[in-house]
Write a protein that binds this ligand. Structure first.
Ligand code: ATP
Ligand code: MG
Length: 448
């Protein structure tokens, strides 16, 4: 992509309304634009990141055996009356009346819709297990939307819903999703910590929140230092085999959010130098809630003995748009964002220091061509601008590698490479530098 033809309206100054660094940087780097309180447009750069996050989430859901569908954003209130949640959900639900005076709503979650799909389509235990997911916009009329896309009112969520015949099978499905979540966040370069959680209004017995550690996180977390050094299940892990024990090995036993923190046990069981007390951002939340919705909505299948059985259900959410903010929160410096390769909007930024100079333009065009044919995603700053402005824009938008080309280098057959993380700069012979960047990008595309 040539920057001269792109749409990247970066801001020089930090917008006053943005309290935390990810919100500030996402606005300044022209990733998002607020449209109303807690409601954002995704500009081209932000959209590329959002799509990459979505793709990683999708790949790991598919790997774990979930099947993608797409449910509507607008739902009928009648479905929620069946589950008994229509009145209970409260003011976070955006209620809508259509022209025929029918009560509708903008879905804050989709247990009711998916249970109705299941109820009307699945008849026999032979069709189980099933785990259906979608990546769809949700609306929750949060009382205090803030921190940009981290606590929006409209936000993109991956939500999966599992149906199993028995409690044991439901637990196995839950463990598989648990493993998939660890992999999902690790692939984005994030360290996630699962915390035992309350099940809240969704109800049920088993629940974990996945937390990313960051100073600005809304939840306080307590954990054993060892949890930060574990490696996640590999792609070769048999997601359909025995994952028992995975939750105990991985979960912080001492905390979730402040409410259920057992301070006495934490201090008794964890030596002081191994205690980590930090703040975190919740990027995923999984629940096993049994028959709460299947029972209320009359979803049943015929069991092996001919008797009707009410399936055991779980639901599994990932905050896809929140992750864009969480990633910036986890990886930035005073000059801007530092994207890990797997979620970077472009992998390489090509900087022409003297646009209009024939030799420099030709050298850049040639590099651009070579990077593109190697399958690298390049943003080429071909604008007629001062070098200083180009450097600060590149640092702000945080592409993992910068290739810097000026008339002097062109004459000497050299290019300069800058790694955004760490800021190391190196001057190399053109061909060697090009290959080094291509190899580095390829090596980092899949982190686990
Ligand atoms: P929170 O406690 O942060 O309000 P929640 O428990 O209400 O989250 P879930 O209903 O479990 O959230 O939704 C699944 C995921 O969707 C959350 O883990 C979070 O990452 C994301 N999410 C929830 N609310 C928002 C929001 N207002 N803006 C952006 N993402 C959100
Ligand atoms: Mg909430």
């Amino acid at each position: 992509m040539h920057l001269s033809r792109y749409f990247l309206p970066v801001l020089r100054d930090t917008p006053k309304e943005a309290e935390i660094v990810s919100h500030q940087l996402m606005l300044r780097a022209a990733m998002i634009k607020q449209s109303a309180a807690g409601i954002y447009s995704w500009l081209p750069l932000g959209l590329r990141v959002l799509k990459k996050i979505e793709d990683i989430v999708r790949e790991e859901q598919n790997r774990a055996g979930a099947i993608e569908i797409l449910m509507p954003t607008i739902q009928s209130a009648d479905l929620w009356r069946e589950s008994g949640r229509y009145e209970a959900y409260g003011k976070e639900m955006l209620r809508i009346v259509d022209r025929h005076e029918r009560d509708m709503l903008f879905g804050p979650t989709a247990e009711e819709v998916v249970t109705a799909i299941f109820r009307d389509s699945v008849r026999s235990y032979k069709d189980l297990p099933k785990n259906l997911y979608n990546i769809q916009w949700k609306f929750r009329d949060e009382i205090r939307p803030r921190f940009g896309v981290m606590r929006g009112r409209e936000f993109l969520m991956k939500d999966a819903y599992s149906f199993d015949l028995t409690k044991e099978e439901a637990r196995a499905t839950y463990q598989r999703m648990f493993a998939a979540y660890l992999r999902t966040f690790a692939r984005m370069g994030l360290k996630s910590v699962p915390m035992k959680a309350e099940t809240g209004p969704i109800g049920g017995d088993l629940s974990h929140e996945f937390i990313i550690l960051a100073e600005t996180g809304e939840s306080e977390v307590f954990l054993h230092k060892d949890l930060l050094n574990k490696t996640v299940p590999s792609a070769d892990t048999d997601f359909f085999g025995d994952l028992s024990g995975i939750m105990d090995r991985w979960t912080s036993q001492y905390a979730a959010t402040d409410e259920i923190h057992d301070a006495a046990r934490f201090e008794k069981e964890v030596p002081e130098d191994l205690r980590v007390t930090a703040r975190g951002i919740e990027v995923g939340h999984i629940f096993y809630f049994g028959t709460k919705y299947s029972e209320a909505m009359g979803a049943k299948v015929q069991g092996p003995d001919g008797q009707m059985v009410t399936p055991e259900m779980g639901s599994y959410g990932v905050g896809v748009s929140r992750l864009a903010g969480a990633l910036v929160e986890a990886s930035h410096d005073e000059n801007g964002i530092i994207w890990p390769v797997p979620v970077a909007p472009f992998e390489v930024g090509l900087v022409n220091l003297r646009s209009g100079d024939a030799a420099t333009d030709t050298a850049c065009a040639d590099l651009y061509e070579k990077l593109q044919s190697a399958g690298i995603e390049v943003l080429y700053d071909d604008r007629d601008e001062r070098a200083g402005g180009k450097f600060s824009t590149m640092d702000l938008i945080g592409l993992p590698y910068q290739l810097i080309i000026g008339p002097k280098g062109v004459k000497n057959g050299e290019i300069e490479i800058k790694a955004r993380a760490g800021g190391d700069r190196e001057t190399l012979a053109t061909e060697a530098g090009l290959n080094q960047v291509i190899t580095a990008v390829q090596a980092q595309r899949v982190l686990v």
